[in-house]
Design a protein around this ligand. Sequence first.
Ligand code: TYD
Length: 216
Amino acid sequence: MLITFEGIDGAGKSTQIKKLVSFLTSANCEVITLREPGGTEVAEKIRNILLESRHDISPTGELLLFSASRAELVREVIEPALKARKIVILDRFFDSTTAYQGYGRGIDLKVLESIISISTCGITPDITFYLDIVPEVAFGRKFSKTSLPLVFDQSEPDRMESSGIEFFKNVRQGYLEIIRLNEERFVIIDALLPANAIHHKITAVLKERFPLELPS
Ligand code: TYD
């Protein structure tokens, strides 16, 4: 089973993934957790190129690098894990490409569709949790609570995070449009709810939709 998490930077995906993994492993499920971009030796190198803020990368180059990282991860890790009937939890997958490179950078959605289908070998998540938050709040949470544009008091912004608030507003609108077109696969969750409430919602939905694969 493939479970993916999506949302703009600062939505709180990592916290929820950690909670879900410990819930599933304590119920003896075999779980693999991965994040995109990255997850293989080559994909991690591509990740560094993509996120290092000193690199200036064109939108097309960016799309192809995210897709190359995905192609490696799918073939080396995701496909074999799914064949072995493991639960794969993935922090971002191709919806990020549609939201960020499509709606954010403005690359033609038809072009994206064909590149995504090559990079994923046609693999689609069984369920996708989208943590919804507006960029102003997400950035405030991730970085400085006091100032926009940003004074970063927790960590330096990576290359993607330096794309500006308008970019992230477009990315969020993109996610909402992707969800409208794929309602049956997505679960939208208000990212401002307390972390434990979000976790309970996620496990409740999973138990309801996948009663055989998951602990009751
Ligand atoms: P990461 O530090 O993993 O961010 P987060 O914790 O928010 O998931 O960095 C990944 C960045 O890459 C993030 O800004 C989203 C972006 N991204 C794309 O633009 N396209 C993609 O296809 C993927 C997978 C990620």
